[in-house]
Ligand binder design. Structure first.
Ligand code: TNX
Length: 543
């Protein structure tokens, strides 16, 4: 019973009476809680083969979904009583939904299956009274679907996995050098040309292996609308990322005029087939600005403001070598009176900040967007450690903490020889459990600008869903507890208790079909013998 992940704020488990979920159990949903009603019926209804029919308000033996504005917006209170059944009060529809996630965990691992495994089996909820609310309003996962494409169904499944861990932000990394993954109607070549590559480096970029199978895929605009609606049903906000002005070779290979045509022959470029930081960046021209305004117009239409208030413009790892050589770029620097290429990048980002702000959205970018000055209202994803986030927060910008030293789930989770394609730092389940999003020494005012935290999943060495699962789990469970629960300081965290609760959580993940890394190390078919990673501890994969 006391095995919830993430751990709730307060749990009174009196172990006395119990509520039995059966064919007569109804769901009574107050106006505003319909998404949770639908979700309960489709998950618990399927798992236990029960109708969970709509019930009349006030009727007993029901799952009662209610709104209680005195609770925190994402907070909930779940109580089981003999006469009423299970009552979930939420501070908002999202709070009710998180309460329903807790209810599913209380029903045992079989509640995570898609059909009943023990017909006639009893589904008992012990007497309980839980009060809960999240520590941070931004609890996210970033998924890179550019380096390796994840089919739509896998993305929907990841949204379910986020919801199961009470995570509420899906950062959707849709474009990069290795593939453009979103249909843009006015620029069809972005997906005709930009969504696939002939072959792919297999392993770290120093590996000599190639996968000679063409790789690609993209989401149609209706696919995107479906993903966004599916996320909204689960109270997950989607942050779409179009990465500019670096990480743009796929776009340039589709529309060569976007590149620095006075430095290289951009018509010779194709979608990149290996990894690392790419020198082929966008040209700082009016053509490029107008082109990407067109892209963002369609993006804003696909990702509506209520569920996507933030639009991510990347801004990371933009080498300035081509701008240094380009007469066009240098003329722009002179015309704008800028000090150099860093300020040119800043000008580029500011252009889209103004553009997005005028359309009621907020820009967010990787911490490099701080260099050369950042527009008011822009927010920062702090990935190169805490420093960028600290500087941004002290300067009054909102920040999402996602330091690569701690929460890059592409990095290996053990130092042993069996880890598949090991890259980056060794970050174990315990390391992630002891990750603290708020760095010490941050002023109180700055701390209020830390919206929360997210884990990032870059997929250079993850060819498919099973590889993504392996890297993400079980560490995402620890991350979810860091983001949701009010844990003590890192050294005082009770990792043993977390591990104890994980025993049950692994059974939930098994029922969901998640290919997590088992505590004892990879299973034989999870290993990748002979594929070079970067077996040097302490080095990020890009170096
Ligand atoms: C750095 S994090 C990147 C990504 C790579 C990642 C690999 C960031 C903004 N840029 O392009 O995929 O390292 O860990």
């Amino acid at each position: 019973m006391d095995n919830l992940i993430p751990a709730p704020v307060r749990l009174n488990d009196q172990g006395r009476c119990a509520f039995l979920l059966d064919r007569s159990t109804k769901i009574t949903a107050q106006a505003g809680t319909e998404s949770t009603e639908r979700w309960l019926r489709s998950t618990l209804g399927a798992a236990f083969g029960l109708p969970l029919a709509p019930g009349r308000e006030g009727a007993g033996h029901a799952i009662q979904l209610r709104l209680d504005p005195t609770l925190e917006p994402e907070g909930y209170r779940l109580s089981t009583t003999l006469d009423m059944g299970v009552v979930i009060n939420g501070g908002s529809p999202a709070g009710v939904f998180w309460g329903a996630q807790t209810l599913r965990q209380l029903l045992g691992p079989d509640a995570f299956r898609s059909a009943p495994v023990s017909p006639g089996g009893k589904t008992v909820i012990p007497y309980t009274d839980i009060e809960d609310s999240p520590r941070f309003p931004w609890r996210g996962l970033m998924l890179d679907v550019s380096r390796h494409f994840l089919p739509k169904d896998d993305v929907l499944r990841y949204l379910d996995l986020l919801a199961a861990h009470k995570l509420n932000v899906f950062h959707f990394h849709l474009t990069d050098d290795q593939g453009w993954r979103v249909e843009i109607k006015r620029y069809p070549r972005l997906t005709e040309v930009g969504a696939w590559r002939d072959r792919t480096k297999y392993g770290h970029r120093a590996s000599e292996l190639w996968d000679e199978t063409p790789h690609g895929g993209f989401y149609t605009q209706d696919d995107i609308r479906e993903i966004v609606a599916y996320a909204a049903e689960r109270h997950i906000r989607v942050v779409p990322e179009i990465d500019i002005p670096g990480h743009s070779q796929a776009a340039i290979s589709a529309y060569p005029e976007l590149g620095n045509t006075d430095v290289i022959d951009t018509t010779a470029l194709s979608v990149w087939d290996t990894w690392g930081v790419n020198p082929n960046v966008l040209a700082p021209t009016d053509t490029t600005l107008r082109f990407f305004e067109g892209v963002f117009e369609e993006i804003l239409d696909l990702f509506p403001a209520d569920t996507s208030p933030f639009i991510h413009v990347g801004g990371d790892e933009c080498p300035k070598d081509q701008w240094k050589e380009s007469a066009t770029a240098q003329a722009r620097i002179a015309e704008l009176g800028l000090a150099g290429e860093d300020e040119l990048q800043s000008w580029f980002i500011r252009h889209f900040d103004t553009w997005l702000t005028a359309r009621g959205r907020r820009l967010i970018g990787w911490d490099e967007i701080l260099e050369g000055g950042l527009a008011d209202g822009a927010a920062v994803s702090s990935w190169r450690g805490y420093a960028g986030g600290i500087a941004a927060a002290e300067a009054g910008h909102d920040v999402v903490m996602c330091p690569e030293q701690q929460v890059y789930l592409d990095h290996r989770q053990d130092g042993g020889p069996d880890e598949p394609m090991p890259i980056g730092y060794v970050r174990t389940l315990e390391d992630v459990y002891r990750f603290e999003p708020l760095p010490p020494g941050l002023s109180e005012a700055a701390a209020r600008h830390v919206l929360g935290t997210q884990a990032n999943v870059w997929t250079e060495v993850m060819q498919n869903r099973a590889r993504v699962d392996y890297q993400v789990f079980p560490r995402l469970a620890a991350f979810a507890e860091v983001a949701w629960s009010r844990l003590p300081a890192p050294a005082e965290r009770d990792f043993a208790d977390f591990e104890r609760r994980m025993a049950t959580h692994y059974a939930r993940l098994d029922a969901l079909g998640v290919d997590y890394r088992p505590p004892g190390g990879p299973l034989p078919w999870q290993r990748r013998p002979g594929v070079l990673g970067r077996p040097i501890e302490g080095a990020p994969p890009n170096v």
